[in-house]
Write a protein that binds this ligand. Structure first.
Ligand code: SF4
Length: 193
């Protein structure tokens, strides 16, 4: 995905500037709850692997958050294996790649879970509130950015909504329709790095 390494101490900042909405929500939820359920760990863990977080850094990143609620031994016993597995260092040593939008959009999300695609899985009011909280302008020159994005989501044009979100966050269109969270990130870094 990328040959560059991304240090974990940059993730807070990057989550605000260069993450697609799905990953920003997962990062924020992890920081708030100091936990993510399995599907969230998988979706976000593969994403950060794809943006160049090393396995050692990923272990330390997840452990720092989780051990705000559980002890270190429990983390090592119950969670470290699956992180190493994500990096192909356990089990069949499969080198898993980050999930693309179609897979994320088709995932099922239960109460208390934060994975999935925000444009598909959030209800309209929650989506509009989240966009507002994340600084998407309610109006620019009489055009409501929040309306434009939320309307695309309501029409089930999730990739269009994500691309419109990119446009308002970066004040320009990406070079192509967003169809993968890691492509969103890469397009963002080309503009912002
Ligand atoms: Fe994430 Fe893709 Fe949904 Fe955008 S369209 S929020 S990148 S799953």
């Amino acid at each position: 995905w990328t040959t560059d390494t991304t240090p974990v101490d940059k993730l807070d900042e990057l989550s605000k500037t260069s993450y697609p909405l799905c990953m920003r929500i997962l990062h924020e939820s992890l920081k708030t709850h100091h936990h993510l359920k399995n599907s969230g760990r998988m979706q976000y863990g593969l994403f950060i692997k794809g943006i160049g977080v090393t396995m050692t850094d990923a272990l330390s990143f997840w452990k720092t958050e989780f051990t705000k609620k559980i002890d270190s031994a429990k983390f090592d016993k119950e969670y470290a294996y699956s992180i190493r597995h994500t990096y192909g260092k356990e089990g069949k040593q499969t080198n898993y790649t980050p999930l693309g939008c179609p897979k994320i959009i088709s995932s099922s999300v239960s109460a208390g879970e934060y994975h999935g695609c925000a444009f598909k899985h959030m209800d309209q009011n929650s989506l509009r509130q989240k966009l507002f909280n994340y600084g998407v302008p309610a109006a620019i020159l009489y055009i409501s950015a929040i309306n434009e994005i939320a309307d695309l989501a309501r029409e089930q044009n999730y990739l269009g909504a994500c691309t419109a979100y990119f446009k308002f966050i970066h004040k320009r269109m990406p070079d192509k329709l967003i169809s993968h969270p890691n492509v969103y990130f890469a397009e963002s870094r080309v503009i912002l790095a």
